[in-house]
Design a binder for this molecule. Structure first.
Ligand code: SF4
Length: 345
């Protein structure tokens, strides 16, 4: 732990780091590493109390809600070990081609009804190049954006040219989802058909096009706490606007099907550490929260989360959106939708 900290007790150290972040300062890698190593519920609850103060200070009582549409399902050429949609794994996951306009507009309507700010089109493929598919993707984005019902987001894999990123922006895309997934060191343990560098390069094109970046990762894949620490610092470096934290939901037929799940307190601690490292970002709890956190789901906000993926995930089910909205209400929180779309509905 950093010797510059005056109070050497763990509660005192957490308090000092919290105050520093609230005043606009940053915590160092060494200090963050100490937070990731905390054990025992009283220290973790102390950490969460600090993370909660940081969330409230920078985000208030508003929670950002996103949903996704599986815009092209299954038969993906990539071999990500966590993913039901990879053609390398036998999972029985559905397969279909690029989505028609109607389901996308229905998702926009539903999002609007439920106070969900953004709908993301997510495609299971390696990436997007110039050509007829890019034209079709841009059409769907334009329709979604012009519906006035929701923000148009997308997660469409690797991009290899500035032109593609620029076309997406011109079509009305606001935010592009492209996870780093894990640390640079751990990345080849879950994917070998593309690289960490491919992902960083894509993020470079997106940023240059003026798109917001939604980038986070998956925890519970067998990575170490140091890998999670490195991921958080990489996300700080690339300036991610939104950071989704997914928690592995092991899918039968994937190489990760028998992995031991992370303990809920380890998950909550990880979320809190991310909040200390990324104080101003939207930290979004995405896939795997229902199955891994069960009754502790509502504690993600006390751990510093400020955003939630609602509705069903790509290949697994989530709890009904009404239940999530009730959870926010019970906590005295509300969706940030009002600030974005109330005047347009
Ligand atoms: S995570 Fe994305 S790129 Fe990897 S296999 Fe699944 S759909 Fe393909």
């Amino acid at each position: 732990m950093n010797e510059s900290l005056v109070d050497a007790t763990i509660p005192g150290m957490i308090l000092e780091l919290t105050d520093r972040v609230l005043e606009g300062g940053e915590i160092t890698r060494e200090e963050a590493s100490g937070l990731f190593e905390l054990e025992g519920s009283s220290d973790i609850f102390n950490l969460m109390a600090g993370a909660n103060r940081i969330r409230e200070h920078f985000k208030g009582k508003k929670i950002h809600l996103c949903s996704i549409v599986n815009a092209k399902a299954g038969a993906c050429s990539e071999n990500c070990s966590f993913c039901a949609q990879s053609s390398f794994h036998q999972t029985g996951s559905p397969k279909y081609g690029f989505v028609d306009p109607e389901p996308v507009l229905e998702a926009a309507e539903e999002a609007n009804r439920n106070g969900v700010t953004a709908v993301g089109l997510v495609a299971a493929w390696r990436g997007l190049n110039e050509g007829p598919m890019l034209d079709e993707v841009c059409d769907r984005i334009r329709e979604l954006s012009q519906s006035g019902k929701t923000r148009a987001d997308a997660s469409l894999g690797i991009i290899k040219s500035q032109k593609v990123a620029d076309r997406l922006k011109e079509a009305g895309l606001e935010c592009y989802g492209h996870n780093l997934e894990s640390s640079r060191r751990f990345f080849p343990q879950h994917c070998t058909t593309h690289t960490y560098e491919d992902r960083l390069e894509t993020i470079g094109y997106l940023r240059k096009a003026g798109l917001k970046i939604c980038s986070g990762g998956i925890i519970g894949m067998g990575e170490t706490r140091e890998d999670r620490l490195d991921l958080a610092f990489s996300l700080r470096e690339i300036g991610a606007n939104v950071t989704p934290i997914n928690i592995l939901n092991p899918i039968k037929g994937t190489p990760f099907e028998n992995l031991e799940p992370l303990a809920p307190m380890e998950i909550l601690k990880t979320i809190a550490c991310f909040r200390f490292i990324l104080p101003r970002q939207e930290i979004m709890i995405a896939g795997g929260r229902t199955v891994n956190l069960r009754d502790l789901q509502s504690m993600v906000f006390m751990a510093g989360a400020s955003a939630l993926m609602v509705g069903n995930y790509l290949t697994t089910l989530n709890q009904p959106v009404e239940k999530d909205l009730q959870m926010l209400k019970d906590l005295g929180l509300s969706a940030d939708w009002d600030d974005n779309f109330a005047s347009q509905s």
